[in-house]
Design a protein around this ligand. Structure first.
Ligand SMILES: *[C@@H]1O[C@H](CO)[C@@H](O)[C@H](O)[C@H]1NC(C)=O
Length: 415
């Protein structure tokens, strides 16, 4: 029953895409999670690819629909909630999975107890997952690398391990946000650290780590300029309860992933101030409008913004279980100061750093008059985080701002 409602919800979300993009027609929207026709028993990669040859996407395949001509091994870089969830997804597909994490003590704990001592400690991980703190052990024979280190720590981590990353091995990134130092997205960080030659892919969408581990239905999107890579990864990771869509719109997926955490901060403030459902829904909708505007300006497709990685992930974060970003915003809304909140938690609220970087990036890359009025929520959140206004004043400002037109059309958009 739950599954049916979910199926309908995701179908609706993708209906928009079906109208605007022919590519999404190939990945039938109505067959969401009835992927048993596509992947009947995803125990062997050979089986997966054998079924794939009968699917519509095989027309676009250039590897003749065969599995990679070598044994597949996946290394997951990062030891947080999402790294654990993705390692779980891969290991459930019977693919050898090694996690590269920072300290050996935690690695031993995972290997022995099949759980993490601090993150989701009640979740039992597949016993086939191996963890190590040695980059050579984890990476040297990997055929795919999944990167799940928070954006602000990614460059340092990658610089430390890059000599062990085999040439040509593709990297799937699950990190979201903008680096404060370079103002770049993950695609920029990865290319700078690991080279321009290998292929990169980006996973995003409404996907709480705990729900993935519990095996509840989840739909995500993988973006890559290298469509063959996106397609192979989708086959590799898809199962009855984990559905992967694909796109080539990397910019669109990365913009969604960065902005949704900032919108979640604003949503949390709205809750903390005790405002109602009207205010919250209005705020989130306007936040998505800013996401669309920025997306259009930087070359994303509108259908990506209204898809899983944009509006979809924003809904999950703003209306689902209390995320770190929304909790951070909530406490600001309740009147706590930045210092008080930061002193009382060790959790990384990715949106906080991304929010400040985002405004600087917009000023650098978007031209035009009064950017603060074109992105009032993004600029407002940054102002609040940097102490230039209170959440209360920020929301008042939104209600009295001179902007009147609800939507804007791409063709009239100032670059
Ligand atoms: C396994 O878990 C137990 C109980 O939490 C703990 O005492 C033990 O140290 C863990 N094993 C390893 C190898 O860390």
């Amino acid at each position: 029953m739950k599954l049916q409602i979910f199926t309908i919800a995701v179908s609706i979300l993708h209906l928009v895409n079906a109208f605007t993009s022919t590519k999404s027609l190939a990945i039938s929207t109505t067959s969401f999670l009835s992927s048993s026709s596509r992947i009947s028993n995803p125990n062997h990669l050979s089986k997966i690819t054998a079924t794939k040859s009968s699917s519509t996407t095989s027309l676009q395949m250039s590897n003749n629909g065969g599995p990679p001509p070598y044994p597949v091994r996946v290394a997951v870089i990062g030891g947080g909630n999402f790294a654990l969830a993705l390692a779980t997804v891969v290991a459930r597909q019977k693919i050898p999975t090694t996690m590269l994490i920072r300290d050996e003590e935690t690695a031993e704990y995972i290997n022995k107890n099949h759980s993490h001592p601090r993150y989701m400690p009640d979740i039992t991980l597949p016993s086939s997952i191996r963890a190590t703190s040695d980059p050579e052990t984890a990476l040297s024979d990997a055929t795919y690398i999944i990167h799940a280190v928070p954006v602000q720590y990614s460059r340092a981590f990658l610089d430390k391990v890059k000599d062990h990353v085999p040439a040509g091995v593709p990297v799937l990134s699950a990190s979201k946000g903008i680096e404060t130092t370079s103002l770049g997205f993950m695609v920029d960080i990865l290319k700078e650290c690991l080279g321009e030659e290998r292929s990169y892919a980006f996973l995003s969408g409404p996907s709480f780590a705990r729900e993935i581990c519990e095996g509840v239905a989840t739909a995500v999107v993988i973006a890559s300029e290298d469509f063959l890579l996106a397609d192979d990864l989708a086959d590799m990771l898809s199962s009855d309860n984990f559905r992967v869509f694909t796109t080539q719109d990397v910019v669109g997926v990365e913009i969604g992933g960065a902005l949704k955490n900032v919108i979640a901060l604003a949503a949390g403030m709205c809750e903390g101030l005790g405002l109602g459902t009207n205010a919250m829904s209005g705020l989130v909708t306007r936040g998505c409008a800013e996401m669309r505007r920025l997306g259009m300006t930087l070359g994303a497709r509108p259908s990506t913004i209204s898809g899983l990685s944009g509006v979809g992930d924003t809904f999950g974060t703003c209306f689902g279980p209390l995320s770190r970003n929304r909790k951070f915003g909530y406490r600001l809304g309740k009147g706590e100061t930045m210092e008080e909140i930061l002193a009382s938690t060790t959790e990384v609220a990715e949106g906080v750093e991304t929010s400040k970087a985002l405004v600087r990036m917009i000023k650098k890359r978007c031209k035009g008059y009064r950017l603060d009025l074109k992105y009032p929520i993004l600029f407002g959140v940054a102002d609040i985080l940097e102490g230039r206004q209170t959440p209360e004043d920020g929301l008042k400002g939104l209600m009295t701002m001179p902007m009147r037109m609800e939507s804007f059309d791409e063709k009239y958009l100032d670059k």
